[in-house]
Structures are given as structure tokens and as C-alpha cells.
Write a protein that binds this ligand. Sequence first.
Ligand code: PMP
Length: 304
Amino acid sequence: MADRDGSIWYDGKMVPWRDATTHVLSHSLHYGLAVFEGVRAYATARGPAIFRLREHTQRLINSGKIYHMNLPYSLDELMQAQIDVVKANKLESCYMRPIAFYGSEKMGISTRGATVHVAVAAWPWGAYLGEEGLEKGIRVKTSSYQRHHVNVTMPRAKVSSTYANSILANLEATQDGYDEALLLDVQGFVAEGAGENLFVIKDGKIYEPEIASALTGITRDSVIRVAREFGLEVQSRRLTRDDIYIADEAFFTGTAAEVTPIRELDNRVIGAGKRGPITEKIQARFFEIVNGRAPEYDDWLTYV
Ligand code: PMP
């Protein structure tokens, strides 16, 4: 990733990709506190458009606030930085990674006295769980690792340290031949995927797990709105893993994962074992919206 052409916005300047480096004694590298976002820009008939840029940027600032990390740029400046990165790299569609992290002024756990740096990189990135996964659905395994208790890490923040837990879960599942991991909370109720929120469909109704030990996903929020458009109100409730075994359909949502059907959980086939009809309808609408083919959702798109 480090050796490629292009530009990265780094502390207010556009710098060549290869020069966007940081010191090995950076505080964030040692103690795992960096806040970040995953954002996508999609190709539309009017050029690239960033999906829900304001909401992602606000979540980045909120993640910082939760961890006492004040980002040295305003919401507007951070939004502009992301627009500039798409432009500077002449990308038609891309994944974007804004990240705020502490510099190398000091060691020791306290972040007091450490400078906050901010960078935004962007690169083309296709379907996170594979094109085939989007169409046919993926195989998921319930992890032996649990999602953090709400008083262990702060679930409303998208913070790098959370992802050590996600990495353990994802590696365990993929080493066993599955595509992704599902994590339960410490009480054993369904929380979320390693990098995705979850929805299930049963008897024509859509459910999501209560969003306690899970990130409040922006794709999730978009899907809830789309479902409402189809006359389906998403119900939030405590879900157990066997609620999913006996569901008619299930799918993951995320900026990287988009809307990915789940065809199996723990070797139990879900529904017909393929992308279900409601999932397909929501997924198709999602792609229409992000690709600028749904004018009523234009306020979700920032044209570059
Ligand atoms: N949960 C986790 C742990 C994630 O990493 C992500 C991806 N950011 C999500 C849920 C989905 O969030 P969003 O739709 O905002 O990308």
C-alpha cells in the first residue's frame, strides 16, 4: 500500500503517497488510540460522489470527542479534505480512509502533550466481501471472541483499538474457511460482524440487534431508511445466534461490505441459502442511491 503513485492529504497539505509516513514512536502505534473512518465515493453520471460525507465526518469528530482527542480541523475543513483527495487522485470511485492519530512527542499512556495528526487517503477498492458474496451471499461463523463490553471500549467511537478484537474474530473465521465473523456481546446476544452491522428478516419483518456493543453504522442507517420506503419498519431487539439460524434472510451492512447477503451461519443454511428477495430489493435500491440514480436521496451525495 505504501508504494504507489498519488496524493494523501496530511495535516492540511497534499503530499506524495510515498512521503505520507510517520515515526515509529508515534503514540497511536504503541497504545492503539487512533480514530478513523471508512467512506466511499461512487461513480455517478455527474462524476464521483461521496456517500454521506457529513455523517462520516461528524462520526470521526465524535469518535475523537469520546476519547478526548480534539481534531485540529473543523467539520467543513475535514469534508473539504476528503473532496480534495478524490479530486487530486482523479478517482471515479474509491474507498477513503480519514484517520486522526497521536504523534511521537511522548511515551506513556496519557495522551496529554501529544500532537493530533490527521490524514486522508483514497484508493480504488472493490467489494470487500467479494463480488460473488454480494450476489450469492457469504458464509459466516460466530466467533469465540466477544464484542467489547460497553464499558471496556466505547462502541460509538470508531477507534483502532476496537479492531484488535475484530482482527482476532475475522482471522479465526477465515482460517476455518468462512468469509466473516459474527460477534456476540458479553451476555451472548448478537452484536455485529467484525466490520459490519447485521439485519435479519423473518416472516416479512426486518430486525436488527440492539445497537449496544456495536458501531452505529451509517450504511445501517441508510438501509433502515430504504426499508421504510418499502413499508418495512426495522425492529431493534435482542437477537440470539439461533434467531439467525431460523431467519428467512440475513445480511451485513457496512461502508466496505455495502449490503452483503449471508447465506450460512455456523453451517446452518439461512432461508433458501442464497440472497433473499427482500435483501435483493434493499441491496438494489442501495446501489441505485449511491450511484446517483435516486434523486430523492441526492442530499446523501457530495459531488466532487
Ligand atoms: N461495525 C463495525 C465494527 C465496523 O467496522 C463497521 C464499518 N465501519 C460497521 C459496523 C458499519 O459501519 P458503516 O456502515 O458506518 O461503515
